[in-house]
Design a protein around this ligand. Structure first.
Ligand code: BDR
Ligand code: CA
Length: 310
């Protein structure tokens, strides 16, 4: 089993990423940590707990992390995810609560206690991960890999910058320059992970409450992606990171050098991907550029079927 920690800001696609991880037999979900991003921290934490509750995820610690980016003022994405960060499905207040540890402390402790076999899966702004690296550099050789959702060769928050990187580009810079092996699920690949009507129909046909919840998430996400971007089908970005941890063969990747822009007037928060090797710098990131759509959705549908007992 592959051990992962999901650091997230649920978030429709974050929620589905958690459900894929918990529903797949080859993943050992060590912890869920939360960060401000799609919504304020109290909301993303509440949403993570709601996801755990509906999916019967009882033994995974949920720890609350950073409520503010390292340097910038906080920005949220209510136009895409609604005011709650996970608008659409109506879920009861969860009985579960977060563990008392700060997410940064939990990440550090889990890594230090490990045999170097934990993969970090950050699918929100990188604040918690950067803070953990600065607070305890001894974690660096303990991180097996970071499979993050963020960046790409174009933006969705500005023309140049993707949301997760833009919200805390200083944190992203710390992570990208850490020397830890990174796989980047940027917009180039996540915009291929489209929830088509055919896929949504398959999920709607799965008869359990978790699949029903995902169907409702996708209905809301489809509408905002149509309203804001004019997309026909919504891309489930964060699910790509978990899918990669389960089966990397779904993705086509290239090892390239990536820098994070933190100064540009028009390009703040951009991941500058050296596609042609013009910098001569060593590749530091495994950049995902393509995916097998059928295999990707099969993986998610199988995981959702595994909630049949609920
Ligand atoms: C990323 O931003 C968030 O809105 C999504 O959850 C995803 O992590 C896509 O740019
Ligand atoms: Ca996210």
């Amino acid at each position: 089993k592959r051990k992962i920690i999901i650091d997230c800001d649920p978030g429709h696609d974050d929620a589905i990423a958690i459900l894929l991880a918990a529903g797949n037999p080859n993943i050992d979900l060590v912890a869920i940590t939360t960060v401000a991003g799609n919504a304020e921290l109290d909301k993303t934490t509440l949403n993570a707990l709601k996801v755990c509750e509906i999916a019967g995820i009882r033994n995974v610690p949920v720890a609350q992390g950073a409520g503010q980016p390292l340097v910038r003022k906080r920005e949220t994405a209510a136009d895409i995810h609604g005011d709650s960060g996970m608008d659409g499905p109506v879920l009861p207040q969860p009985a579960l609560s977060p563990v008392p540890d700060h997410a940064v402390d939990l990440i550090i402790r889990k890594l230090l206690e490990s045999d170097g076999d934990i993969t970090l899966v950050p699918v929100g702004p990188l604040t918690n991960i950067a803070m953990a690296m600065r607070r305890e550099p001894a974690i660096l050789p303990k991180i097996q890999e970071i499979v993050l959702m963020g960046g790409g060769s174009f933006g969705n928050w500005t023309p140049a910058a993707e949301f997760n990187i833009f919200v805390d580009a200083e944190a992203a810079k710390v992570v990208f320059e850490s020397g830890v092996p990174i796989t980047m699920m940027g917009l180039d690949v996540t915009h291929q992970a489209l929830a088509t009507p055919e896929v949504s129909g398959r999920i709607a046909d799965i008869d359990n409450p978790v699949a029903g919840f995902v169907s409702e998430l996708l209905i809301f996400f489809r509408k905002t992606y149509q309203d804001v971007f004019g997309f026909e089908d919504p891309p489930v970005h964060d699910v790509c990171s978990v899918a990669y941890c389960i089966d990397p063969s779904i993705f086509q990747c290239r090892k390239l050098h990536v820098d994070v822009e933190t100064k540009g007037e028009f390009t703040y928060g951009m991941t500058v991907v050296d596609m042609l090797g013009v910098t001569g710098k060593e590749p530091n990131v495994n950049v995902a550029l393509g995916l097998d759509h059928a295999k990707f959705w099969d993986l998610l549908c199988e995981a959702l079927q595994n909630y049949a007992h609920l």
